[in-house]
Every structure is written in C-alpha cells, then in structure tokens.
Write a protein that binds this ligand. Structure first.
Ligand SMILES: Nc1ncnc2c1ncn2[C@@H]1O[C@H](COP(=O)(O)OP(=O)(O)OP(=O)(O)O)[C@@H](O)[C@H]1O
Length: 250
C-alpha cells in the first residue's frame, strides 16, 4: 500500500434543499487501502458517499482525486475520474436478468472508459465481463435469473460487478452487509480483500463492525456531519468504551 492519498476530502459541506448535513468533512483514503466509515444512523455517511460521487452538490470544500478537485463535477465526470459506487440497497431492476444488468453496465463502462485518456485512471487493465465473472463466479451461474430471483448476497455481488464494469480505482461501498446472513457477509469481506489485491482503494460505509475490522486499515467515525475520529483499526478496537460511546453499540 502506498501512502499517497487517492481520495482527499477537505472541509466538505453539503445537504438537501438548504438543510446542511455535512458540516465540514475531512477524510483521506490512501491508495490501495480500505477506510471504514462508521457512525450511527442518520449522521451523514450516505450523504458523504453521494457528495463524493457527484449525486449531491457540495456547498463548500474539496474532493481531490489524485490531487485533482472534482467537487461539484457531474457524476459521469467523477466516474470517468475513477470513482465507482455500490449503492445502499443494491438498486436492482427486478425484471431484468443478471446478464441484462451486466450488459447495461458493460455499455456504461465502455462509454466511461472510452472517454478516458489512455494511461489515465482505470485505463491500464479494464474490468471486462470475463474478469468480473472470474472474481464473482456465482453471477456466471445466475446469468438467466431475474433481479428479483436473486438472494441478497447475489444481489450484492451483482451491484459490485456493475460498479466494477465502470472501471473504478476507488470504490464507494455503502453498507454492503445490510440484511445479509453472517456467512454471506464473510463472502462480501473476501470479495473486498480480492478487490484490494486488484489494486483498488475502498471507502466502506458499514454497520457490521466484524466486516469493517476484517478488511479495513483505518476507521473514520462520523457524527452529526463531521469526522470525529480517524484512526487505525487496532487503536479503535483497543478502546471499547470510546467505540461504544461513538457508535452507540453494546
Ligand atoms: N434525499 C434526501 N433528501 C433530504 N434529506 C435526506 C436525503 N437523504 C438523507 N437525508 C437526510 O440527511 C441526514 C443524513 O442521512 P444519511 O442517509 O446521509 O445518513 P447515514 O449516516 O448514511 O444513515 P444510515 O446509516 O441510516 O444510512 C438524515 O437526516 C436524512 O434524513
């Protein structure tokens, strides 16, 4: 893992229709690392992910991707700059098959990668469908099944596959364990490890602390729209009382 930040967020403020949710967020994701973003419900974690991705417009602050400020840019420009989103809730199209979802994502990926300059983010070794199915073989077996016929774990794998086909170098993963059985959460953890090996940087919003601790290098805790703690997993785990106070968990 290199120490250079892939993502550096500074003083980021954003919200919805004039109501401020993020009150000046500072956060760094070093290249090739996983940062787990923790925090109680409603503190602004998904809003941060959406603002980084360009889905929510910032009021102030910067979002540097390898040193280039993309704050306020359109979502397609941010995808081209190398950011992929695996949204909370997975966002399947119930009537479409796995193969159809993947074909749409491949088309989108081609549009994004086609406009990317040679040698820029994600241009070196694109995520082809074959490469994605190699990483997520279960999807290969389920190609003819519709979105609403998939288990929660399979839907999560499909959401990850769709994001990978846009050739990101930074993946924003919003609560991938949500609603999954413990054995499936472990599989998600293994996929995150594989993605790290493939050279991605990852910002992981997670409520499942076991998953977060098993894959992350650092932990950032958000409260009321600010990062109130940014530390190593080892340090965070060494102070259970502080963790309980920050997260409200037993
Ligand atoms: N699309 C929206 N329009 C208006 N307000 C929103 C919208 N999305 C979220 N909010 C509000 O912004 C605040 C932060 O929500 P957000 O979803 O970012 O928190 P979170 O930490 O991700 O919570 P959770 O863990 O429950 O997903 C909440 O008060 C929420 O009601």
């Amino acid at each position: 893992m290199s120490e250079a930040p892939f993502l550096q967020v500074s003083g980021l403020r954003s919200g919805y229709e004039g109501s401020t949710v993020l009150h000046g967020v500072d956060l760094t994701v070093p290249e090739g690392s996983v940062v787990a973003l923790l925090g109680r419900n409603g503190v602004g974690k998904s809003t941060l992910i959406s603002t980084i991705m360009g889905l929510v417009k910032p009021y102030a602050g910067s979002v540097l991707l390898e040193g280039t400020d993309v704050a306020g840019h359109r979502v397609d420009a941010i995808a081209r700059a190398g950011v992929g989103l695996v949204p909370q809730g997975r966002r399947m199209f119930a009537p479409l098959t796995v193969a159809e979802h993947l074909r749409l994502a491949e088309d989108q990926g081609r549009r994004i990668t086609g406009r990317r300059a040679a040698g820029s983010a994600g241009a070196e070794r694109p995520w082809t469908l074959a490469r994605v199915l190699d990483l997520l073989p279960r999807l290969g077996e389920r190609q003819r099944n519709r979105g609403d016929q998939l288990s929660g774990g399979e839907q999560q794998m499909l959401a990850i596959a769709r994001a990978l086909l846009t050739n990101p170098r930074l993946l924003l993963l919003d609560e991938p364990s949500d609603g999954l059985a413990p054995s499936v959460v472990r599989q998600v953890g293994e996929v995150v490890q594989d993605l790290l090996t493939e050279g991605l940087s990852i910002l992981l919003v997670e409520q499942d602390l076991r998953l977060a601790f098993s894959v992350a290098d650092r932990v950032a805790v958000m409260d009321k729209g600010r990062i109130v703690l940014d530390t190593t997993v080892t340090d965070f785990r060494s102070d259970a009382a502080r963790a309980r106070a920050l997260l409200g968990v037993g």
